[in-house]
Design a protein around this ligand. Structure first.
Ligand SMILES: Nc1ncnc2c1ncn2[C@@H]1O[C@H](COP(=O)(O)OP(=O)(O)OP(=O)(O)O)[C@@H](O)[C@H]1O
Length: 273
């Protein structure tokens, strides 16, 4: 198996008309088979990374490789790449295309020319998993933001990409649907999909991810396991990212040594959960 699915090497990107570049020599490799989280302040370049990852934008300099091969930007190559690299947009409105929920979820599958039976079975599974059965025939523009978000994730997930990029997937979701989503991600990861999730929810990152990328000003500044990354509390504070709650307790200078021992035990249990 390929060790890294997608590799950014010294990638620069500036939006047309912008004064400053959004990616500033980004070097980052997404390891195959992992549940990766991407964290960083607003505007540090997470969404831009995603848009370059499936070839929607082209770097001004540097290289992006998919399974060791430099990305090409012709129509044929890109449509194949996008079957392997699925991107769930931050804003669901950018993604929904069809008039009803069911049509929207089947839209990408129809473009893959799959047999009707296969399309029907994947759509039904997605409707059930995301709790969208009752909304299947509703017009997408009549739904709440959280419902639209769930549809936009289902749209991409049914395509079964090798790498699934999720830009703030839990934004707009309530607790119940966040839990459902995490369960679904566990299932698809178990089936072999590599995941990269951009999020500001550090508690979720600490519990969910097995690899974390930290970006700042268009560059990768730190990466590692949750343990390695969240132990760097000085750097994370300097970047104004803060820490998951359990690590905040761990680094609380006012705790007695007994309290620290309890927190450390809780942290270890939390990491295993
Ligand atoms: N279409 C655009 N034109 C010009 N500048 C842009 C455009 N989109 C984003 N930018 C700029 O590029 C930089 C990176 O933005 P990006 O959306 O990638 O950040 P982000 O890390 O995803 O932020 P957030 O956490 O708020 O979603 C920001 O400074 C932003 O203002």
């Amino acid at each position: 198996m390929q060790e890294y699915l997608l590799e950014f090497e010294q990638v620069y990107y500036t939006y047309s008309g912008a004064q400053q570049s959004s990616l500033n020599g980004l070097t980052l490799k997404i390891p195959s088979g992992k549940k990766c989280a991407l964290i960083g302040q607003n505007g540090c370049g997470k969404t831009t990374l995603f848009l370059l990852a499936n070839g929607l934008y082209k770097p001004n300099a540097g290289t992006i490789r998919w399974c060791g091969e430099i990305l090409r930007y012709n129509h044929n190559y890109l449509s194949k790449l996008r079957q392997k690299v699925g991107l769930v947009f931050q804003d669901p409105e950018q993604q929904l295309v069809a008039s009803t929920v069911e049509e929207d979820i089947s839209y990408g599958l129809c473009n893959l020319n799959l047999p009707n039976k296969e399309i029907q079975s994947r759509v039904e599974q997605a409707l059930t998993e995301f709790g969208l059965e009752d909304l299947a025939q509703r017009p997408v523009h009549h739904l709440s933001l959280g419902q639209k978000k769930r549809i936009s994730i289902a749209d991409i997930m049914v395509l079964q990409p090798q790498l699934l990029l999720l830009d703030e997937p839990t934004a707009y979701l309530d607790v119940k649907h966040t839990r459902k989503l995490i369960k679904i991600l566990k299932r698809i990861h178990g089936n072999g999909t590599t995941l990269l999730m951009a999020t500001h929810d550090l508690d979720l990152v600490a519990r969910w991810a097995d690899w974390i990328f930290v970006m700042d000003e268009g560059k990768l500044v730190l990466e590692g396991t949750p343990e390695d990354v969240f132990m760097q509390c000085d750097l994370l504070e300097k970047l104004d990212l803060g820490l998951p709650l359990i690590y905040q307790f761990l680094f609380d200078k006012n705790l007695s040594s007994e309290e620290k021992t309890i927190v450390e035990k809780l942290r270890r249990r939390f990491l295993k959960s």
